[in-house]
Ligand binder design. Structure first.
Ligand code: GLU
Length: 316
């Protein structure tokens, strides 16, 4: 098992916040941005902002959600280092990494439709998606011709190998990629690159050394570690943070508007009470009080951050 904490401690920390602008942010996203930022700043490092707008249909370039997102981050006082990275402009870079997979004979076309994938009786992975049964790989081995009327997605063939790490908050996590996950898509049939490939390429090329993100992505990490190994990138430190929930332990609901930034901004023109309330919910302050982000840097300590759910502060 590889240890996530093995990165070179003499290099400055490079963190990142990588939102997908497919809707208006909510306080849970802001909490993630705040923790990524505070962690890197408390270690004297840098934080990059990357907009994960790979899917132009869901996230048009500089669409309304992206404009709100940039405005919400600026309102909070979250200043990032360097230029914002836009995944929508990086297809040519992803092409070169796709070529590396091709050269290693790890890619194959998959013609299966979504309905076929869901109809397959394969067991489900940790994220609830049915495990791919390698139908198209066997088809290729048997020399069967591909269906003529479809464009293929591209899948990467995973090894029968365990990829594991020690998460800074969630502890040990590992998967045998073949048994627990199976071959996954790196480019969709419409030509859009998949999150798993883009995230590894971008984190690797940006020198990201610490990844702070929601623990709904914990089970993506072994796939990403596999790609890091193939591409020759070192493994960053991972800290998968708990979700922000309501008082009943339920995930914030977009429909109910819980913690939605539209509502938060209407109620709080000044971010200081919002930052203070989040800091108290995270255990960084004994009770909510108005704070600026930069004043939290010296109070920041991962050992104070809860491993389990974080309750939405009262009044949000
Ligand atoms: N873009 C993803 C999201 O908004 C996060 C990806 C990541 O942090 O690796 O949920």
């Amino acid at each position: 098992m590889e240890i996530g904490e093995k990165s070179n401690k003499t290099l400055p920390v490079v963190g990142r916040f990588a939102p997908t602008p497919s809707g208006r942010l909510h306080l849970g996203n802001l909490m993630c941005a705040m923790l990524s930022w505070l962690s890197a700043k408390a270690a004297g490092g840098k934080v990059i902002l990357r907009i994960e707008d790979l899917d132009a249909a869901r996230c048009p370039f500089m669409g309304e959600n992206t404009k709100y997102l940039l405005d919400d981050l600026a309102w909070m006082g979250l200043a990032f280092d360097g230029e914002v990275l836009w995944q929508s402009g990086r297809s040519a870079i992803y092409d070169t990494f796709l070529d590396k997979l091709k050269e290693k004979d790890l890619l194959y076309p998959c013609y299966c439709s979504r309905a076929e994938l869901h109809a397959a009786t394969a067991p489900h992975r940790a994220d609830g998606v049915p495990k791919y049964d390698r139908k198209c790989w066997y088809r290729l081995q048997n020399g069967e011709p591909p269906p003529r009327d479809r464009k293929p997605a591209l899948r990467v063939k995973v090894p029968n190998e365990i990829f594991g790490f020690v998460d800074g908050l969630q502890g040990e996590y590992s998967e045998n990629l073949e048994a627990d996950c199976s071959d996954f898509v790196v480019r969709r049939s419409d030509g859009v690159y998949a999150y798993q490939l883009a995230v590894v390429v971008d984190d690797g090329l940006s020198g990201v050394s610490e990844i702070v993100r929601g623990n709904d992505l914990l089970d993506s990490t072994p796939r990403q570690m596999f790609l890091q190994k193939i591409f020759g990138f070192s493994h960053p430190v991972y800290r998968h943070i708990p979700l922000l929930t309501d008082a009943n332990g339920r995930r914030l609901s977009k429909r109910e508007g819980d913690g939605c930034m539209e509502r938060v901004r209407a109620a709080y023109p000044d971010p200081a009470p919002v930052i203070g309330a989040l800091a108290a919910a995270l255990g960084l302050l004994p009770s909510p009080e108005s704070m600026r982000l930069k004043d939290l840097i010296s109070l920041f300590d991962w050992s104070k951050i809860p491993r389990g759910a974080v309750l939405l502060p009262e009044g949000f």
